[in-house]
Every structure is written in C-alpha cells, then in structure tokens.
Design a protein around this ligand. Sequence first.
Ligand code: NCD
Ligand code: ZN
Length: 351
Amino acid sequence: MTHQLTLRTPDDWHLHLRDGAMLRAVLPYSAAHFARAIIMPNLVPPVVTGADAVAYRDRILSARPAGSDFTPLMTLYLTEETDAGDVAAAHASGLITAVKLYPAGATTNSASGVADFSRVQDVLERMAEIGLPLCVHGEVTDSDIDIFDREAVFIDRVLDPLRTRVPGLKVVMEHITTSQGVDYVKAHDKDLAATITTHHLVINRNHILAGGIRPHYYCLPVAKREEHRLALRAAATSGDARFFLGTDSAPHTDPAKLQPCGCAGCFTAPNTMAILAHVFNEDGALEWLESFTSLNGPAFYGLPPNEGTITLLKEAQDMLMPTHIKTEDGPVTIFDPGFTPGWHVSDVSFG
Ligand code: NCD
Ligand code: ZN
C-alpha cells in the first residue's frame, strides 16, 4: 500500500557544508530537500568575523544548483578574541542567525574555540541583549572525563553556570545525545532548545563498536547507550517545541574516515528525510514529523515557517538508496541506517 505524507518544507538547524569542491558536491543534497540551514563555521581557517561570513555566504550562494533558492543562515565561530561590536553589526545587518561555541579541542576544527569562558562574557552579554542565539557544542574536553560522559558533565560544569551568568541568552544545545540533555531542556521553558540529529535517533554505541568497528558511525558527540537513544526518540517524536532537527550532516571523504585516526562525522543530508519518516512512522508519530523538521526550529529562531511543501511516499516496494557520492576530493559514504526506509521524497516545493 502507498502512503503519502505532505509537510511544510523542512529546514536543517545544524549543517556542515564545507568549502571548495566538497561544498559544490554536498550542497545540492541539502538544497534538494531543505529551504534553509544553519551553516556551521568550522572551516579551516574558521568563519570568525562578519567579513569571513560574507565571503563564505557568497561562496555557498554561488555553489547552489541552478534555480535553487536555498538560504544559508550564517553563524560566527566564537573565539576568545571575538569582538562584541563585530557580532552585533553582523546580526543587525541580517548577515548572521547565531554564534557557535566550540569548547577548544572538542571536535573537528575546534582548536580556535573557547577555553577560558571569562574571555567571552562580554560577547555573550551583548548577544543576550540583541536576542542572538548561541549554538553550543556541549562536550567538555578534559582528558580525564570519559568520552561517553562529556555531554552530561558539560551541562553541569559549563552550560548551566554559563546560562546563570548570562540571563536571557538564547541557547541551542546542539546534537544532544543523552537523556541528561533531554531532561535539561525539558526542565527549562524559556531561551533553551536542542537539536537532534538523524543518526542519533537510529544508532547507539553498539552500532559503532560491537562485532567490528564501524568508522562511518563515528561522530561527535559519539552515540551513547540504547537508553539515551530512546530518550532522544521520545523527545523528537513528542511534538515538544523545544526539540528540532539539526542533521549535523558532516561529510568527510572515505580516506579521511578510514584511517588509524579517522575523522568524526556522518553524512546524512541525502537520506535524512526518508530515514525520519521511517523513524516517526515506526514510533506511531508521523503527526509530529512536521513539528520536528519544519515548525519548531523557525519558532525558536523567530522566523516564519517555509511556505512550500515536501511530499514523502511510502511504496509497497522498498527503494534502494545510494551508498556514496563522488566528490573531487574522493568518495563520501552516505549514512547507512541499517534498514531500507520504505519512504522517499517524491516532491518538494519552496514556496
Ligand atoms: C563535525 C565535523 O566534521 O565538522 N563532526 C561531527 O562528528 N559532528 C563537527 C561537529 O559538529 O562536532
Ligand atoms: Zn556539527
């Protein structure tokens, strides 16, 4: 039997588009399904100033496929040298939608991130004043903290004190992976939300490590125990407006992933919508898919939802999904959810 589902066109509230040949190769997959995306600034070198963001936005706009109106929502990479005036000007001109906080050393290209939080207090206060959200990579980096505990410890030691020091700052906890993340968001009604990725709804840490190591499932924050995946599933499929989709689609070439010290990141942009339809259907929650992908994010950011629609079809026969894309830098493996979603995107309009 065929099922059909039509939603407002979705947005992606956490996306890595990279630069150069990789940008040209991956952007069409996001632009095919998503109207807007929050663009991560962790390039080499990072997108630190308003001038960097203008240049990067222009490179993204020129890499769009013909006819695409895909809107990159730009972010600045917070460093201890970030100038509050530059951030405020970039916000006032409409150039940026958020600022991104990477604790120094937490993930890919985060070396210029923040180590001493007292040095960013003035920027954070200015952001609270002007209503500019802070997107947070929520992991501590201390070598004595187990990697599976780094998100929960971050909430207690860094995030909660930071939110107390800067009242009114809008914070997005990005790509949460734990029940502690879910609970922390649920305990606060104002100025706090979280993105959840596609892959963290599907895999737990056994998928990475049991029966052989699977580098394509390795990302940061790393997937946790099954009980945490279930907490994420419950949050995402509940319709709670504080949770929305940020794919964290993070392409790396296969040679960069498949080496003794491989890169972190899952490339999910091409099949995210099909996988999410499968997941929400499995949980009897298709009625909440649109909130998660298309309504909750814009509401938090104070933007209108998209006017267009996306239609997903579930065919009687499963459709085979592509496993790789080719780029000039080498092949990139598309996230394999371990099942064939019966769903596929049949039509998208951008209003
Ligand atoms: C991201 C990347 O590759 O840029 N990797 C990842 O595992 N998610 C960085 C990030 O968002 O942590
Ligand atoms: Zn990311």
